[in-house]
Structures are given as structure tokens and as C-alpha cells.
Design a protein. Structure first.
Length: 200
């Protein structure tokens, strides 16, 4: 599956939000300046379509997805009879790379994706190297002994993020207790605008 390999700070500055999941003093200083040679110029008034586009781009970039894969998640959510936003959040949050990130096994989703791709993550005792693998309730997530040892030897440089209520963790073992809901995820995104963008 394709993935974005360009500069992450550029994406964050384009959205005006720190969406890369990693603190950076240089990024914090320039978040209010869009990328490009004309970044410091005054922005034009944004249309309704423009607002929807920005929210879509923001959510897509938070999870590190390309357009084709992200559109697939939205399309699946729109076909469900239940709450579309809740189902979209469930699809995004139960990706294996995201779960690894939420447990704090990786500092960013990009790093979590790498850990999964390199075979360092196991689901119910079986190695899974597909970042988009959908984790089900009661699935147990563990990391390889090699990775666990490397991580334990590193000095913590950032605050540990608070674990959402739908997850449980004991040392290097994590479990998805139930499906997540949109109200439990603190993403700086208006999900309704994302759904409206694909409903045009």
C-alpha cells in the first residue's frame, strides 16, 4: 500500500494543527505559517467546499492514509445503517498501526506502521505485518521481545499519552476491550464535514 514519505512538518503547517503526533519546538513556532513561498500572505476566504476539503485532508493525514484507502473507509461507513461517524472512527481507530500507537508502543503512527511492517507486532500470539489489519474486540496485542527490550532501554523523552477507555494495557500487553466511539477520540476534526465532502 502506498504511503506519504515527504516532510511531515509541511502537512502540519498546511492544516495549522500539530497532526503528526510528535512535539517539536520548530514546528510549534511555524504552525500559523502555511508552507510555500507565499505562506506569510493573508489567506483568502474559504468556501464551504474548501472547509470540507481541509477537514478531510486533516483526518486523512492524522492517520497517515492515502486518498484511495481513506475513501474506502468513508464509503463503508456511509453504507452502514448505524451512526456513520461512529463507524468511520471505529474503522480508523481499530487499524493495527493506530492501536500500536495508542498503546504507546510507538511514538508516532508512522513509527507504529514501521513496527508492524517489520513483523514486531503480534495479535493473539500470531505475527501480523499488515498495518491496516482490523483489530477486533478482545484481541490481545503484544510486541516482540527484541523491540520491547530496545524500547525499555531508551530514556522517555515525551509524556505518555492517556489510554482511551476502549483499550486496556498491562506492561507490554494491550487489549481492545470494545469498539471505540467518536466522542472518545480527541482529534481536531469536524467529522460531519468529512462525510459531507464525500456525499457531494
Amino acid at each position: 500500500m502506498a504511503r506519504y514519505t515527504g516532510p511531515k512538518h509541511k502537512l502540519a503547517r498546511r492544516e495549522g494543527e500539530n497532526i503528526i503526533g510528535k512535539t517539536s519546538a520548530s514546528l510549534d513556532r511555524r504552525l500559523n505559517i502555511p508552507p510555500g513561498v507565499h505562506g506569510k500572505r493573508m489567506r483568502r476566504k474559504v468556501s464551504e467546499y474548501g472547509l470540507q476539503l481541509r477537514e478531510k485532508q486533516k483526518l486523512k493525514r492524522i492517520y497517515g492514509l492515502m486518498e484511495k484507502q481513506f475513501r474506502k473507509y468513508v464509503t463503508l461507513a456511509q453504507k452502514k445503517k448505524e451512526n456513520t461517524i461512529d463507524y468511520l472512527v471505529e474503522e480508523l481507530e481499530t487499524r493495527l498501526d493506530n492501536i500500536v500507537y495508542r498503546f504507546g508502543f510507538a511514538k508516532t503512527r508512522t513509527q507504529a506502521r514501521q513496527f508492524v511492517s517489520h513483523g514486531h507486532v503480534m495479535v493473539n500470539g500470531k505475527k501480523v505485518n499488515i498495518p491496516s489489519y482490523a483489530v477486533s474486540p478482545n484481541d490481545v496485542i503484544t510486541i516482540s521481545q527484541k523491540l520491547a527490550k530496545l524500547e525499555s532501554e531508551k530514556e522517555p523523552t515525551e509524556e505518555v499519552q492517556e489510554l482511551p477507555e476502549f483499550l486496556e494495557k498491562d506492561n507490554k500487553v494491550g487489549k481492545l476491550v470494545r469498539a471505540p466511539k467518536s466522542g472518545e477520540i480527541a482529534n481536531p476534526v469536524d467529522y460531519q464535514l468529512v462525510i459531507e465532502f464525500y456525499s457531494r
